[in-house]
Design a protein around this ligand. Structure first.
Ligand code: FES
Length: 119
């Protein structure tokens, strides 16, 4: 059986050996159903507001990552935030902006956007 792990021909850059600074890791679903519901546009809104608050990959900031399906598709677009383990349904640009300002900058959970009760 052929070995499928290789570094031959893989692009490399020194920055790609660096773990970005961050206090929270945010995962926005860009799976097929969340994308149909506008997740890619919400991604731009999240990123723009995080940059405006200097919260992208900074100490105390956010590592914003796109994912495939996180499973509760009917409640999406889905965004999860760690270390707080918050599952949010983001239904509008206003929701995205509020999540940045209240949770990702202000540190407070946005209870009315949660799609899963926190334990
Ligand atoms: S496509 Fe986003 S949760 Fe399934």
């Amino acid at each position: 059986m052929a070995d499928i792990i290789t570094t031959d021909g893989v692009d490399s850059h020194p920055d790609w050996s660096h773990v970005p600074e961050h206090a929270r890791h945010v995962f926005l679903c860009t799976g097929p159903r969340c994308t149909q519901r506008g997740a890619l546009q919400l991604w731009k809104t999240l990123r723009r507001h995080l940059l405006a608050h200097d919260r992208i990959e900074t100490p105390g900031g956010v590592l914003l990552t796109r994912t495939h399906c996180q499973f509760p598709c009917n409640l999406g677009p889905v965004m999860t935030v760690y270390p707080e383990t918050c599952w949010y349904g983001v239904r509008s640009h206003a929701d995205a902006q509020r999540l940045v300002e209240v949770h990702l900058v202000g540190g407070e959970v946005v209870e009315d956007l949660l799609i899963k009760e926190r334990s």
